[in-house]
Write a protein of this length. Sequence first.
Length: 396
Amino acid sequence: MNPIDELITISRYYGADSRFVIAGGGNTSYKNSDHIWVKASGSSLATIDEDGFAQLDRSLLNRMTDKKYSADAAKREEEVKNDLAEATLTKERRPSVETSMHNVIGFAFVVHLHPTLVNGLMCAVDAEKELQRLFGEKALFVEYTDPGYLLFKKVAGKISDYRSLYGEEPQVIWLQNHGIFVAADTTEEIKQIYADILKTIEESLNHPIHEGEIAVSPVATEVIPALRMMLSRNGLKTLRVRNNALIHSYSEQTLQQKEIGRPFTPDAIVYCKSNYLFLNDETPDQLLREAEKAIPLFEQHHGYLPKVILIKGIGLVAAGDHADQCDIILDVFEDAMKVAALSHSFGGAHPMTSRQIDFIDHWEVENYRRKVASAASSGRVENSTIVVTGAAQGFG
């Protein structure tokens, strides 16, 4: 099998497994001495083919490592985007913003993912301490850094320090509130490393997450249609409802909702935005009166309507433009619940800070991803209300 076919195979292998990829997050690459092939923005790992990869000139990428860019964040990211475009040989495909990190890692194949188990550790208060305990002092931990050029420079510096300290290339790079890079010269070795990592984390859990399906309450048929109308003043919305044991543990315990009140990773912001609505009154009438007050205040304060609503006695509600978008919102936010629950084994939940969230909210790259994701998922069942009983994936 040639290297590009290997890259396609391993991309699909992880892209089709929801333990590793939710809503298209993550990217993969292969490089030789002259060129790098990296997942293009908007491509799905689960279905990717050769046309889903951007090809870049490594000699031009290498110049970016030492180039001086603007101190102004917006101007800097524009300069970096333009240099990436110049290095891109496949001009019709926009390379992942993380291309430069793939380029600096000293192995042929790189698979960067956001596995739920990994982020249960990486989004925990004691992430670095627990990482060293589980994987040893050589485990390479990178503190949260704004994605883009700054993260690339931080990772490049950490790799350089690692080489000096240990005389070898790091194969695994752990990113706080983000995910993980695994690299090797063969895809089989990458698979083995990932399998070992997940096994180690899973065996260390002392707070297992709630599992099992719970039917959506009949009360939903009273509340959701009215809620949909409140959210549809500027165009009809599709609402989808999901409930299971994990969702129930947060919808019914208001004190625990604080730990899922802010996003854990940039991906969560792309799909769910950064603020969520919690409705905790008891009866349908009370819930609707609460919603009538809360939704306008939410929009006034945040500048947009909520995509995620957690309702006591009903479950998790996604509000989107069509059913596919709602499915993604439900999957991504349920994954955040899993991350929060898993983090209890490693010191508790550690969400992103307000400053970190603000950067992502205004970052051109993520706004581009939002547009691509919305366009790619549109087309199935628009402007409707859908109730799903259960639908939670198993874990373990």
